[in-house]
Design a protein around this ligand. Structure first.
Ligand code: ADP
Ligand code: MG
Length: 302
């Protein structure tokens, strides 16, 4: 008796499944949607409710104009049925806009930021203001840099000095973003904060942090000269980093509000006294590593 009951119950369930599937098919959109699927009806019948959800997302995608218009549950993804043997698996598949965005943003994996605003990854040479002439030689140098780097000639970086807010960081970041698009790993480091963080990591990941900037294929030390000077930061950090990068021909960029002469003065005075020789040694290394340029312009900060 139990067996017969089971059989009857099963039959009833199957009937229910067929009915709800037929019901769903009375909707023109649903019908069209399942016609696009290379899946047999006897399998589809078991998944009506999920297929309806998938259909809704599919229809949303059909009229969608871009990621910011996405109406699906997970932005940029479409709930999609796929046949696997005799069952249907539903998964979230990236839509064409999401795929395009992932492709366009792939270069960001090649950028390591240290205490820099995230938006700096969007800086682009295409958007660089051309309204003042002081940018022209810099942009020209960038072209040369890219050319030389491609030919594996280890070009020098820039020591870019200039007034506050003139766009120094933005400009160098724009170049480094392009390099990242060419699959070169670049590190952009806000130097004063990097030093503070390095100092507090003696017991932990000091050498990882140190190596991270020492060995990065291309490095920007942003805002050098704005840090608190100490013998340690000058002789144990900056000196060895520059020495390593010189020996290994690793392009290094600097931005600073100070000219090289001003930086030398700043580096020579620490809390324990004045040491012009050691400051000079650092400046000599920076000179070996870079071409000095100046960006004078109005303050772009809002
Ligand atoms: P600096 O490093 O010389 O102090 P920044 O590079 O930080 O100046 O630039 C100041 C502000 O102007 C930032 O908010 C930056 O994003 C913006 N900015 C600078 N140059 C450009 C540019 N070419 N296009 C868009 N924004 C820019
Ligand atoms: Mg800056």
């Amino acid at each position: 008796m139990k067996n017969i009951n089971n059989v009857l119950e099963k039959k009833q369930n199957e009937q229910d499944l067929i009915h709800s599937y037929q019901d769903a098919c009375s909707n023109e959109k649903f019908k069209k949607f399942i016609e696009t699927l290379p899946i047999e009806e006897e399998i589809l019948i078991k998944y009506t409710s999920s297929l309806e959800d998938a259909c809704q997302e599919y229809c949303n995608c059909q009229k969608c104009k871009g990621l910011s218009f996405c109406k699906n549950k997970v932005e940029g993804y479409c709930y999609t049925p796929q046949k696997e043997k005799n069952i249907i698996q539903f998964s979230y598949i990236a839509c064409k806009y999401q795929q395009q965005s992932e492709q366009e943003n792939a270069y960001k994996k090649n950028l390591e930021l240290f205490d820099m605003p995230k938006e700096i990854k969007e800086a682009s040479l295409k958007n660089v203001y051309t309204d003042d002439k002081s940018r022209v030689p810099i942009i020209r140098y960038f072209k040369e840099f890219k050319d030389q780097y491609q030919k594996k000639k280890s070009p020098k970086g820039l020591y870019l000095t200039g007034s506050f807010g003139s766009g120094k960081t933005y400009l160098i970041a724009a170049l480094l973003n392009e390099m990242a698009k060419n699959k070169v790993c670049c590190a952009l480091v806000y130097y004063p904060e990097f030093l503070r963080s390095l100092k507090s990591s003696f017991q932990t990941d000091y050498s990882e942090k140190f190596d991270f900037i020492k060995k990065s294929p291309i490095l920007l030390l942003d805002d050098i000269g704005a840090e608190n000077q100490s013998n340690w930061s000058r002789d144990e950090v900056l000196g060895p980093i520059l020495q390593y990068r010189m020996q290994n021909h690793l392009p290094t960029f600097f931005t600073s509000n100070l000219t090289l002469e001003e930086l030398e003065t700043s580096l020579s005075t620490t809390s324990t006294g004045v040491d012009r020789v050691k400051a000079r040694r650092i400046i000599e290394r920076i000179k070996q590593l870079t071409v000095p340029m100046e960006l004078i312009g109005k303050n772009r900060r809002t």
